[in-house]
Structure formats: C-alpha cells, structure tokens
Design a protein around this ligand. Structure first.
Ligand code: ATP
Length: 279
C-alpha cells in the first residue's frame, strides 16, 4: 500500500546572524492513512520544524513532502493544525470559531443548515455540545483545546497535525483529552502526527513513535512500533509488558542514546574560558 504522507530527504537550513544553521538533515518518513504517529525528542531538536514543513508553514530547504500524490508547498485545510495554545478568536463563541473554519472549507458544498449541523456535530464529538455559545474566556484551558480540536476535525483534514496539544494542561485534564483523542481516532480513523514531550502520552496514543536525534542536523534516530492492541485503557496498561517495554525503549533513547550534551559542552567552554583568563 502506498503511504498517505511521505517526507523524503527533508532538510532545513535557517539563515541566522551567525550564518547558516542546519536544523534538520535527511528526514525520511512514510505515514499510512489512519496511523497515529508521535514525534518525540529533546527540546530544540526540530520537531516543530518537521511539523511546520508538513503543515506548509515552512518550506524545506532540501527534499520535500508528498501528501496523497501532491507536493506540499503551502498551508491547506487537508492538513489542520492544533497548537499548544488554542489560538481561538476571543470575540467569537465556540460555535462561531468552528463555523469560521467550516465556512472556509465547505461554503460551496454545504447549505447553511448543513454547516450548522456539522459545527454542532464536531463540537459534540469533543464533548463541548454544552458550551456552544460560550466565548474562550468563559471556558477552561482544556475546553479551549477541545474547541481547537473540533475546529481542526471539522475541516475534515487528511492529516491532523498537533504540536504539543496538551502541553499546557494539568495532568487530569490532559488524561481526559488523551482519552477523547483516542475515542475520536478510533471513530474517524484520522491520520495524526503529534509532537509530545511526554513518553507515557506517546506510548498510550501512538501506533508508531518517531524519535529524533539532537540537533544541529537532527534526523530520525529510531522508530518504535507500539504493538499494544486498541482500545487502550490507561489503567490496565500500567502493568502491560508491551507498554512497559515500549516506554523503556523511548526512555533509553532519550536519556541514554540522546542524552543532552549542552551542559557538558558549556562546562568545557567555561573551563576553556577560565584557562584562557588564567594564562
Ligand atoms: N526561524 C528560525 N531561525 C533560526 N533557527 C530556527 C528557526 N526556527 C527554529 N530554529 C532552530 O531550529 C532548531 C529546531 O527548532 P524546533 O522549534 O523545531 O525544535 P523543537 O524540537 O520543536 O523544540 P521544542 O521541543 O523546544 O519546542 C532549534 O535549534 C531552533 O533554535
């Protein structure tokens, strides 16, 4: 079967005042329709850069991205993005925020009544049917993220891109949203790419975990298949041997194979500086 999404030799060099900085090098990844893939790696390794290239918000300086036989060159509704901070328009209600996105995509193909039903359906999908007419400052952080997810899903994207969607939420709210996301993924079969720093979240939600090496010139270090059957139950998984092994493998990658080296480098350069001063 042909992959839905393919990143081929993706590289990204940024021009900076200190010269060119190679953030990504030779990132190769194929994702099938319906897969849930997490990107994990230390801070600054290039996860958001990968996601932004797939979203079309950044143009790779090498290689490229193909989605469903089309090269990605700009943002499009078939690649909806959910950011860590909800990005809802504060003067619009939950309903109106979702409606705005839906109108952009379906204005020509859905009637007014169909648009209204579709907006409500998607807000109900994320359990926000009770707060259709509330504005962002009248609902909690978790609820705002739910509306953001509804807005993204309502565009019927081929790929849902999520950049640490639950990173700003407390642990309990986060767990509720993870459960909702698993439900939605099971129900709709949406293809998802999600950035996370949370190892348990990655293992709980993903079919595959893409682990990135530290930058500069970051790339994919390892890919782990999470062969834990669905539906997944967070409580039962705590003692599940496959879950525990997957978790261990990601932790080993992050904290043994890709241990952050900056403090050591810094210490060395500090030592060198001290030696220079002494000389
Ligand atoms: N516009 C830019 N210009 C210069 N350097 C950039 C630019 N955008 C990102 N970088 C650099 O590229 C590297 C990757 O950044 P990116 O934000 O993709 O990392 P990340 O893994 O998503 O980080 P975090 O987990 O902290 O969000 C970093 O070193 C960052 O400083």
């Amino acid at each position: 079967m042909k992959a839905l999404l393919e990143l081929s030799n993706v590289g990204m060099k940024f021009d900076t005042p200190k010269g060119q900085f190679e953030a990504l090098k030779e990132v190769n990844l194929k994702i099938d329709s319906g897969e849930f893939v997490s990107l994990i790696g230390h801070s600054g390794c290039g996860k958001s850069t990968v996601l932004n290239i797939v979203a079309g918000l950044l143009q790779a300086t090498d290689g490229g991205v193909i989605l469903d036989n089309h090269e990605v060159t700009e943002p499009g509704p078939e690649r909806a993005v959910v950011f860590q901070n909800h990005s809802l328009l504060p003067w619009l209600t939950s309903f109106e925020n979702v409606e705005l996105a839906v109108k952009q995509v379906f204005k020509k193909t859905k009637t007014k009544a169909e648009i209204r039903d579709w907006v409500e359906h998607n807000l109900e999908l994320v359990h926000m049917g009770h707060a259709l007419h509330k504005k962002p400052d009248e609902i909690s952080g978790g609820m705002k993220q739910r509306v953001g997810i509804a807005r993204a899903l309502a565009m019927q994207p081929q790929v849902l891109l999520m950049d640490e969607p639950f990173g700003a939420l407390d642990a309990l709210t986060r767990a509720h949203l993870q459960d909702s996301l698993m439900e939605i993924h099971a129900q709709l079969g949406t293809t998802v790419i999600m950035i996370t720093h949370d190892v348990d979240e990655a293992v709980l939600l993903s079919d595959r975990i893409v682990m990135m090496t530290n930058g500069p010139s970051a790339t994919i270090g390892e890919i782990l298949d999470v062969n834990v059957p669905r539906p997944r139950d967070r409580l039962a998984l705590a003692d599940d041997p496959t879950f525990v092994r997957c978790r261990q493998q990601v932790l080993q990658f992050l904290y043994e194979k890709q241990r952050k080296v900056e403090p050591m480098r810094k210490r060395n350069s500090n030592n060198a500086e001290a030696a220079r001063k002494q000389a």
